[in-house]
Ligand binder design. Structure first.
Ligand code: ADP
Ligand code: MG
Length: 366
């Protein structure tokens, strides 16, 4: 042999030590990079995905998957457009009073989810309110295009529409995978839940694929997975928009809440509205008064499941404060923040603990 035993031992020892250091270094200080990307072609909003992965290729793989999936779910839950080869919520509406429509599992599940949460709550968030919401939608369009023509919908028209807006009448056949609206005048409007429900589906699928540090923001519908892998923070900071802020004048934030493995969803009167005689008429309609809910400027909900948070943001927005608080208190793991009409902010105890204004930061685990 051209080198002695001593050399072999030295080389083996060096390899061993290097190996130990490598493993130690990886465990102690994994090298993750932060990546961000966005798309604008789903749910009428901008979706931003932020995440930490060990390389860009890995992030792109997750991002592209999420984009494709959001596009698919958007087509399924669309009530305004048809897509060739796809039976979606619009197809269900078009076949009201005619026949059951066979739809994807994601549609059946979202409808069953909405019925279940309707039964669990106070009956304010109702996906069968389509006939009423359709009237508001048309009047809002007119009022926005030509403010001089802006009018309130006639009460008798709204009341007539409310007659066929019962969620219990939706017939779902899980075995056959069909949905049927038995009255020809019934219509689904899934605007209050679809975006959050879709966000939750995508988040869980990304997590399953191994994406363990990510934040999805679908038009302010936020879902966090894991924590930022930057060796600094234990939680994601999520901004809550000030409903009356001038975005130009400041950062537009009312507060920041710190979360991991949770969602933050806001319903506000500032998101979509029109004006009649100086009165702001927004898009969240109380099924009892058939008018825009007027208790709050905005309500934000924190819950693990983004579908639940979206459903509840609409529900809590339409309930008076005592009832709204009582409902949140009855739901474990749910926290809320209410911005009253005069700008006063009310929060649950658990919400206070994660708010920047009350001393929370992203540095400590929750
Ligand atoms: P955003 O659409 O801004 O995220 P929400 O989650 O509160 O806000 O959903 C509002 C949408 O839900 C409306 O645009 C409308 O399509 C629908 N909607 C309004 N009022 C109700 C209601 N009482 N029940 C069910 N859906 C509603
Ligand atoms: Mg909602």
């Amino acid at each position: 042999m051209w080198f002695g035993r001593r050399w072999v031992i030295l080389i083996l020892a060096a390899i061993l030590i290097a190996g130990v250091f490598f493993v130690y270094e990886r465990g102690k200080n994994p090298t993750y990079e932060k990546y961000t990307d966005s798309f604008m072609d789903t749910f009428d909003t901008v979706t931003i995905i932020v995440g930490y992965t060990s390389n860009e290729k890995q992030f792109k793989e997750y991002f592209n998957y999420a984009h494709k999936r959001f596009q698919e779910l958007h087509r399924y839950y669309d009530i305004y457009q048809s897509y060739s080869g796809v039976n979606n919520v619009k197809t269900i509406n078009e076949n009201a009073g005619i026949r059951p429509v066979e739809v994807a599992e994601e549609i059946v599940d979202m409808i069953l989810f909405s019925k279940k949460w309707y039964a669990l709550t106070e009956g304010k968030t109702n996906i069968a309110l389509g006939p009423v919401l359709g009237i508001w939608h048309d009047y809002r369009d007119v009022g926005r295009i030509d403010p001089a023509q802006a009018k309130l919908p006639p009460v008798h028209e709204l009341q007539a529409a409310a007659e066929y807006s019962s969620i219990d009448d939706i017939i779902v056949d899980e075995q056959k995978g069909t949905v049927f609206l038995p009255d020809g005048r019934m219509r689904l409007d899934v605007g209050a839940v679809a975006k959050g429900y879709a966000t939750e589906l995508v988040a869980l699928e990304l997590e399953e694929m191994g994406f363990d540090s990510c934040l999805i923001s679908a038009g302010g519908n936020i879902r966090g997975i894991g924590k930022p892998l930057d060796d600094l923070r234990e939680r994601w900071g999520v901004g809550i928009q000030d409903p009356r802020a001038s975005v130009v004048a400041d950062d537009g934030l009312l507060d920041v809440v710190f979360i991991n493995n949770a969602s933050v969803v806001t319903s506000g009167d500032y998101q979509r509205y029109y004006v009649v005689d100086g009165r702001l008429l927004h898009h969240i309609i109380d099924p009892e008064t058939l008018m825009p809910g007027d208790y709050y400027q905005a309500v934000s909900v924190v819950a693990e499941d983004s579908g639940v948070a979206d459903f509840l943001s609409t529900e809590l927005f339409l309930l008076p404060l005592e009832k709204s608080k009582k409902l949140v208190e009855s739901l474990p793991g749910v926290e809320a923040l209410w911005v009253l009409q005069d700008g006063t902010v009310e929060v649950t105890e658990g919400m206070a603990q994660i708010m920047r204004s009350r001393g929370a930061s992203g540095a400590e685990p929750h």
